[in-house]
Ligand binder design. Sequence first.
Ligand SMILES: Cc1cc2nc3c(=O)[nH]c(=O)nc-3n(C[C@H](O)[C@H](O)[C@H](O)COP(=O)(O)OP(=O)(O)OC[C@H]3O[C@@H](n4cnc5c(N)ncnc54)[C@H](O)[C@@H]3O)c2cc1C
Length: 439
Amino acid sequence: MTSTRQLVTGWGRHGAVDMHVVEPRNRGELERVAAPSNNVVPRGLGRSYGDAAQRAGGTAIATTGCRRVEWLDQASGVLRADAGVTIGELIQIGIPLGYFVPVSPGTRNVTVGGAIAADIHGKNHHVDGSFGEHVQQLTLRLADDSIVECSPTNEADLFWATVGGMGLTGMILGAVITMAAVPSSTISVETTRHDTLDELMGIMRNSDAEHDFSVAWVDLLTRGRSVLTQGGFADAAEVAAHPAGPLRRPRTPSAALPPLPPIRWVQRPFVKAFNELWFRRAPAEQTITHESITGFFHPLDAIRDWNRLYGSTGFVQWQCVVESDDALRSICADFASQPAFFTVLKRFGAENAAPLSFPKPGWTLAVDLPATPKVFAALERFDQQVVDAGGRLYLAKDARMSRATFEAGYPRLDDWKQVRSAVDPQRRFTSDLAERLGL
Ligand SMILES: Cc1cc2nc3c(=O)[nH]c(=O)nc-3n(C[C@H](O)[C@H](O)[C@H](O)COP(=O)(O)OP(=O)(O)OC[C@H]3O[C@@H](n4cnc5c(N)ncnc54)[C@H](O)[C@@H]3O)c2cc1C
């Protein structure tokens, strides 16, 4: 096991803190590691954007050495994995047997522990819900060092408080997960371009249900012109011509970002030019293409450290969910004053039993922005619009929201606090995010 002192940040590379990082080499060491009596934060691959997996002056226990898939039932696709197994590894193991992860985020570099703790969602939320809904059982190391099993039927309150609980109910050691059966490893993707936000919203509202996956890129500097991609795994017959058969492990090439000068290009003319290219590069007429798992779900992984693009001050991702069309229209219109790349819109389905889970029915908008005081000040206005509309912001992306914004967005917070107080009255597990939001 290694234990080092490091400067730690989230994926946004903003707000680095000095802390100890302990890395057990396997599940046995993770179960037994002698952790301090306070200021302990579980950590996966640090893909949460803000301060969820760090604690200034504290200790992170990283699960990245715990990478064993203990068993996989080939008939049902149910498997038991250590907390540090990644989404990418689950895909590599599952695909030859006809199974894909039930929910995939926009990067394969997320651990099972991180996926459960943030209750991550994917392009299929409107059909399949979020990651926690596919977990049958969790093994947790609690603050008193006892190890417990919980599930939706056994210690259900603890189970749901851990799903989306951002590592604050204990250390997830492993989980039993149901994978999704797929006929091939190729995604059949329908791409359409739309000139206005209203047109896009109408199409998504009417046609999302017909597709397993749906997501749109939106140009917020215009009236919301957009590129919508919707699809599902292709039938084996559709891709039968491929010599390697329908189920092929995805290739995962990745290159380092070339050395670049500190970037100050998140300015209107650059974003405008980029958006123009991005929009024009999509076919003008409705098109159906076949895409690989990597190309469809994880294109950003092609450049392994793209988070350095924003320079030394880093960046944040602001992601909200609001139910009303009018609230979305007004937030989008306001973003015309904040040039941003990579603006993504999707519709969520139903919320689940986890009190701190982010998704709930409505529109979710995610926007990457440089982490500057000016941007942070402007985001207060957007936060208020979300609160006024009865929406909420995503904890796994957050680095800056106020406690009032958080509390307004999560009405089941008291239910979660009750469970947390019962299992960790001294708040041994904490994080900078938890301290900032009064968790
Ligand atoms: C490029 C990119 C695309 C993304 N796309 C999506 C997306 O489409 N949908 C989505 O929902 N999210 C998305 N995310 C966010 C990401 O899925 C979550 O932040 C996820 O939690 C990161 O997992 P991790 O293993 O890196 O965990 P970390 O970032 O290290 O930790 C995240 C949280 O989980 C807790 N945690 C980690 N491991 C454990 C454990 N073993 N036990 C208890 N708690 C634990 C930590 O304390 C922390 O609170 C994306 C992130 C990136 C960088």
